[in-house]
Write a protein that binds this ligand. Structure first.
Ligand code: FAD
Length: 498
């Protein structure tokens, strides 16, 4: 079956990211891109913090950054501040970018560990430009600035999710994607193959397709309701299953980072946009009621509440297959691991990229399906492990929720990572996994996991050259950050809200 008609169901972030990326195919190919969405059903309406690869997704679409950020009222994000995670009162920063840089094959945090064990008191974050800039509420794009061996400051965006979907809708429609307003009421399967043949809308019209992209949100209209693919439940490791979202007023684009504050049965996000803060409380319904979660959230906002609370329910986990027959699921239809490290939009990005890389207009095959599923499963599992680390690596014993998280059994893959780090500070990243060495080190050390020793290769680096180089890194970062404007000033000048 040749692919001439690609039908996307859903017009949330996933649907429009898919439509925007796939609409680029149209210029040279005989393929129709149709997106069906229902205003009556609406979108989940949250999802406003991103990670650095998202910047590349928009660059790949040749979207102008200033225009985009003005429209989505965006701000810059240098990482996430975690409050109350290792213990109540603790705080640490998970930065984008790296700690220093690799020196003769030895990772920088190992060099730092060597000095630390010899009594050096300098914190590791002194060697992270993103952390120091975040502490001083500063930001600029530094690609063109002079700063010795340091790579440019690594960043992502905070953005208004609704505005972003509208921006991408314009982009996709300008490239020939067709939007249909309507509710899918029925799904017709080919009798022999079990492939999806067509969708019937509530006005009785029938939309036929060759390849379907399921972006219908948690319900998984095609991948689950029609194809009954099955779901792997991860709530024994990621037990939060509810969220309440509540935007509030702010006084401008202040902090260039997301804040995640842990409470007694979950955590609160704070995402600063230009015109408001996005806030929400993610919690576990076994240990906290909706009213209690809402109360904690409203008691801990920076400004006046701007909307009614939006209560959401979810089960953490993933579809057993992301690509099944002629359906590829993206976004919440594919799975959800909770928003702690802002990975959901990223998974839409990588899902679309894999789909485009594997796509053939000659039809779909088992090989494509298998490759997509194998790669995506690995990707989900690596991210899952990183998220579990935040819950499990804690000394908190002040609530039944934290007692559960602290003592739960964790996947072997995560246990091995922790064990290896404890031995000699090494982080083993596998198969191109998303989170960097710096990410793992930041969270492990930030939540109290320390190595017994540093990697012995560190001892091969010669003194005094090494300590001079380390001192230079620290100095260059200070110098660079001193030269940056405040985040607020940069946003006002570079991408003021349209
Ligand atoms: P939705 O937004 O739910 O869209 C589903 C679409 O399908 C809608 O257009 C709907 O109308 C349509 N639809 C459904 N059924 C039908 C039907 N029968 N007929 C026609 N149309 C239909 N991600 C991040 O990266 N960063 C974050 O900070 C972040 N925070 C989050 C916080 C919470 C509490 C939650 C729950 C998620 C968060 N996410 C975050 C995830 C992020 O919100 C989603 O990945 C993203 O919004 C994509 O959602 P979606 O498009 O898959 O689904």
């Amino acid at each position: 079956m040749t692919i001439r008609r690609i039908v996307i169901v859903g017009g949330g972030t996933a649907g429009w990211m898919a439509a925007a990326a796939l609409s680029r195919l149209k210029s040279d190919n005989p393929v129709d891109i149709t997106l069906i969405e229902s205003e009556q059903i609406g979108t989940v309406g949250v999802g406003e913090a991103t990670i650095p690869p998202f910047v590349l997704f928009n660059r790949m679409l040749e979207i102008d950054e200033q225009e985009l950020l003005s429209e989505v009222k965006g701000t810059f994000k240098l990482g996430i501040q975690f409050v109350n995670w290792g213990n109540r009162g603790d705080s640490y920063f998970h930065p984008f970018g790296n700690y220093g840089y690799e020196i003769d094959g030895v990772s920088f945090h190992n060099v730092w560990l060597k000095y630390r064990m010899a009594g050096d008191q300098r914190p590791l974050h002194n060697f992270s430009p993103e952390t120091i800039a975040a502490q001083h509420r500063k930001f600029a794009r530094t690609e063109t600035m002079q700063h010795d061996d340091l790579p440019p400051i690594n960043y992502a965006y905070h953005l208004d999710a609704g505005q972003y979907a509208r921006f991408l809708r314009r982009y996709a429609e300008a490239r020939g994607a067709v939007r249909i307003e309507g509710k899918v009421d029925n799904v017709r399967l080919h009798e022999e193959t079990g492939f999806i043949a067509s969708l019937t809308l509530d006005d009785g019209s029938e939309i036929a397709g060759d390849l379907f992209v399921d972006c219908s949100g948690f319900r998984g209209l095609l991948i689950e309701q029609a194809l009954q693919t099955g779901y792997e439940d991860w709530s024994r490791w990621l037990p939060c299953d509810r969220a309440v979202a509540l935007p509030c007023a702010n006084s401008g684009p202040d902090l260039p980072y997301t804040r995640a504050t842990a409470w007694s049965a979950g955590w609160q996000w704070r995402v600063p946009l230009q015109h408001r803060n996005g806030n929400g409380h993610v919690y576990c319904s076994l240990y906290m009621s909706d009213d209690e979660a809402h109360g904690i959230l409203t008691d801990n906002l920076d400004g006046q509440v701007l909307a009614e609370p939006n209560f959401l329910r979810f089960t953490t986990g993933r579809r057993k297959k992301f690509w099944n027959k002629n359906v590829v699921a993206l976004g919440l239809a594919a799975g959800f691991m909770e928003p702690l490290e802002s990975t959901s939009i990223h998974l839409i990005h990588t899902g679309v990229s894999k789909l485009i890389a594997l796509l053939s207009l000659d039809g779909v095959s088992k090989a494509q399906e298998d490759a997509f599923n194998r790669l995506t499963t690995k990707e989900y599992e690596r991210i899952r492990d990183f998220l579990i680390l935040h819950y499990n690596a804690t000394e908190r014993d002040d609530s039944p929720f934290w007692n559960y998280c602290r003592t739960m059994s964790i996947p072997d893959s995560l246990q091995e990572k922790i064990d290896l780090f404890r031995i000699n500070g090494q982080i083993f990243r596998e198969e191109d996994e998303l989170f960097t060495e710096t990410s793992w080190v930041a969270v492990m050390m930030g939540q109290g996991i320390s190595p017994a020793n540093f990697n012995p290769m560190t001892a091969t680096l010669k003194e005094p050259a090494l300590s001079i180089e380390v001192g230079e890194v620290e100095k260059s970062i200070r110098f660079l950050v001193n030269a940056l404007p405040s985040h607020s000033d940069f946003v006002r000048q570079y991408c003021p809200a349209a």
